[in-house]
Design a protein around this ligand. Structure first.
Ligand code: PEP
Ligand code: MN
Length: 369
């Protein structure tokens, strides 16, 4: 595949490329005020959601087409480029008619091949940069599929936005970074610029700098950050939006290491290790949860906790699997032994708890009378 670099005259190739603006266009005043403050701190690309995909009906789902006129004013009055999210053919047509300079495909759309194809068809013969956010679920092939659909429709100016992946586990992030997924995308598509959206990833203002720095350490090309003139009054995603001044502080606080190749940078490798360790911990806790469920099952069916045959099978099966993955069989055995003994301990706790609950309560002595 042969992509073209994104052509926006006046924008230099220096990292990070910054796209900033509110989650949603709410009012003409809010859009213009935010845009002017952003232009004053040097931002060149303004974002604002015109059509907002909401999980449930009844909430604010964007102003819709009338807000496109506000974006036109932003271009006219600040000289910034503007971008908005599109999810249907109608959105694409209206955004193009209004002179939107870049389009982005949101995470809820990237997961839907029908919707991505509809957008791709609407873009046939149109030369406009398109940013593709990662799909909500950690399924790399959906992200790849969206690139291919657009590419096949003739869209050659493509960039990717890593905004994290949803997870049922409680974590500090609104959406888990899972850095290994965008790293794999960078390996497969080295010429596609990768941007990070720390706002949706962290879901919290105080995580924006740290996540942006991690992205820069991984040699990401840019950042898409939600900025609002009055974040506390935002109609959507208010916990994660920052003021234009706060954005300036974030950008000033970033250390950009341009001389070192990402994967060779120690900081970047350590970030990957941190991420993978967190992943291991999450998986271990999931495994323990399942073990406790097995404990309940065994108790209900009068089975003993330790089933040696099953344990033997686990050890031999996993250690040969581990060997095929370039690890020593002994190492895998040792790891499994400690995991197994913790599982057994957890199942014993389950049994104790259930037995405790089932114990007949001692009757209180009633006074004779
Ligand atoms: C957004 O950028 O406002 C948005 C809805 O993002 P995402 O698709 O990443 O949730
Ligand atoms: Mn948002």
């Amino acid at each position: 595949m042969k992509f073209e670099s994104i052509l926006l005259p006046g924008i230099d190739a220096e990292r990070p490329l910054v796209i900033a603006g509110p989650c949603s266009a709410e009012t003409e005043e809010q859009v213009l005020a935010t845009a002017k403050q952003l232009a004053a701190v040097g931002v060149k690309i303004f974002r604002a959601g015109v059509w907002k995909p909401r999980t449930k009906p009844g909430g604010f789902d964007g102003i819709g087409s009338p807000a496109l006129e506000w974006l036109r004013r932003v271009k006219r009055e600040t000289g910034m480029y503007v971008t908005t999210e599109v999810a249907t053919e109608k959105h694409v047509d209206e955004a193009l008619k209004s002179g939107v300079d870049l389009l982005w495909i949101g995470t809820r759309t990237t997961v839907n091949p029908f919707a991505v194809q509809e957008i791709a068809d609407a873009l046939k013969g149109v030369d406009i940069p398109v940013l593709i956010k990662n799909p909500m679920s950690p399924d790399i092939e959906l992200w790849v599929g969206a690139i291919e659909r657009l590419y096949n429709a003739g869209v050659k100016q493509i960039a990717l936005v890593h905004r994290g992946f949803s997870s049922s586990d409680m974590t500090v992030y609104r959406n888990l970074p899972q850095w290994h997924i965008p790293i794999e995308m960078k390996r497969r598509y080295p010429s596609l610029p990768m941007l990070c959206d720390p706002s949706h990833m962290g879901g919290r203002r105080d995580l924006i700098l740290k996540l942006s720095q991690q992205a820069m350490d991984l040699n990401y090309f840019g950042l898409m950050i939600e900025v609002h003139c009055c974040p506390d009054k935002a109609w959507s995603d208010k916990e994660q939006q920052i003021t234009p001044d706060a954005l300036k502080q974030v950008l000033d606080g970033l250390v950009i290491r341009d001389t070192v190749q990402t994967t060779e940078s120690l900081a970047a490798l350590r970030d990957q290790i941190d991420d993978l360790d967190n992943e291991l911990l999450r998986l271990l806790s999931k495994r323990m949860r399942v073990s406790r469920e097995i404990g309940h099952y065994k108790l209900e069916h009068g089975m003993p906790i330790l089933q040696t045959q099953r344990y033997d099978h686990i050890l031999t099966d996993r250690s040969s699997h581990g060997e095929r993955m370039n690890m020593s069989g002994d190492f895998i055995k040792q790891v499994l032994e400690v995991i197994h003994s913790e599982s057994i301990r957890q199942q014993m706790v389950v049994m104790e708890e259930v037995k405790e609950k089932e114990k007949p309560k001692p009757k209180k002595n009633r006074p004779n009378g």
